[in-house]
Design a protein around this ligand. Structure first.
Ligand SMILES: [Zn+2]
Length: 262
C-alpha cells in the first residue's frame, strides 16, 4: 500500500474524514501523515492520529504561519507533543522566502529551534522550501539534519536542487504538480526511485468548485502512475519502493506505520 507522507487533515470538517479515508483505502493508500502548521493545528492532527488507526501526526509551525517569534511556550508545547507515540515526523517546518513572507531571520530561528526538537525526539524533518534553497541547504547542514533524515515536501525544484537534498540524506517528496509540470517530470525521471516519497499536501479546496475535484489522499496513486510512466516501470514497483523509502525515513517509528499497511 501507499503512504501519503504529507497532508493537512486537521483543516477538513471532521465529518469529511471517514469518507476520505475509505476512498484512500480503496485506492491503496493505507497510512496518512497529518502535518501541523501551528501549535493548535498540530494538536488537532494529533487528536486525529489518536482517533484513526491510519493517521499519524507531524509536529510543527509552518514558516508562513509565524505571527511573531516562536517563543518558549510554543516550543515547550511542540516538544511535549513531539514525544507522543503517534508523532512520526517534524512537519511542517521550513523556510518561505516570498515577498510577503514573515521576516527571514525570524523564520530561520523558528526552523532551527524546531530541528532541535526533532533531534531530541528522534524525528525526521519534512520541510517546506519555497524560494529559499540556498538558505535551506545551509540550515539543514548546520543543524545536522542528515542524522535525522527527512524530505523536501511538495518538491518542484531543479535537478541540482534534488541532488543537493539527497546529498544531505533527505528524500524528494513528489505530489500532483508532477502531473502538470513537464520540467518537474524531467527532474523526477532522473531522481533515483530510492530517493522518492509521495504525498498529496491535501487541504480543503472549495475554490475548485465540485467537491470531487478536491485533492485527497486517494490521489497518491495518480502521482505514482505518472512517475511510473516517466521512468518506464510498473506502478507496483513505484508503490513498493516509495513505501519502503517512507518507512526507512521514519526509522524507529516505522513499525507503527507498517502495521496499518496491510
Ligand atoms: Zn503542507
Amino acid at each position: 500500500m501507499f503512504v501519503d507522507l504529507h497532508t493537512h487533515l486537521d483543516q477538513y470538517e471532521p465529518g469529511e474524514l471517514p469518507g476520505m479515508f475509505e476512498r484512500a483505502r480503496n485506492a491503496g493508500v493505507g497510512a496518512i501523515i497529518a502535518a501541523g502548521v501551528t501549535v493548535e493545528s498540530t494538536r488537532r492532527g494529533l487528536e486525529l492520529a489518536g482517533e484513526y488507526d491510519n493517521v499519524f501526526a507531524g509536529v510543527g509551525v509552518h514558516p508562513s504561519d509565524l505571527t511573531g517569534e516562536l517563543d518558549n511556550d510554543a516550543l515547550d508545547q511542540l516538544r511535549f507533543m513531539a514525544g507522543n507515540e503517534q508523532v512520526v515526523v517534524m512537519s511542517e517546518v521550513g523556510l518561505d522566502h516570498q515577498d510577503h513572507s514573515p521576516d527571514r531571520a525570524m523564520q530561520e530561528r523558528a526552523f532551527r529551534a524546531q530541528i532541535g526538537i526533532a533531534h531530541e525526539a528522534g524525528l525526521p524533518v519534512v520541510f517546506h522550501m519555497r524560494f529559499a534553497t540556498a538558505d535551506m541547504l545551509r540550515v539543514l547542514t548546520e543543524e545536522r539534519v542528515s542524522v535525522l533524515g527527512g524530505a523536501a515536501h511538495y518538491f518542484q525544484g531543479s535537478h541540482d536542487e534534488a541532488a543537493a537534498v539527497i546529498e544531505l540524506g533527505c528524500y524528494i517528496s513528489l505530489a500532483k504538480p508532477l502531473l502538470r509540470l513537464p520540467e518537474l517530470g524531467k527532474v523526477a525521471r532522473e531522481v533515483p526511485l530510492e530517493w522518492i516519497v509521495l504525498e498529496t499536501d491535501c487541504y480543503p479546496q472549495p475554490f475548485k468548485g465540485k467537491r470531487e475535484k478536491w485533492t485527497e489522499p486517494k490521489d497518491v496513486p495518480m502521482v505514482a502512475a505518472k512517475l511510473a510512466e516517466l521512468k518506464g516501470i510498473d506502478v507496483a514497483e513505484v508503490m513498493e519502493t516509495t513505501t519502503n523509502n517512507a518507512l526507512t525515513m521514519l526509522g524507529h517509528k516505522a513499525d507503527r506505520v507498517s502495521a496499518v499497511l496491510r
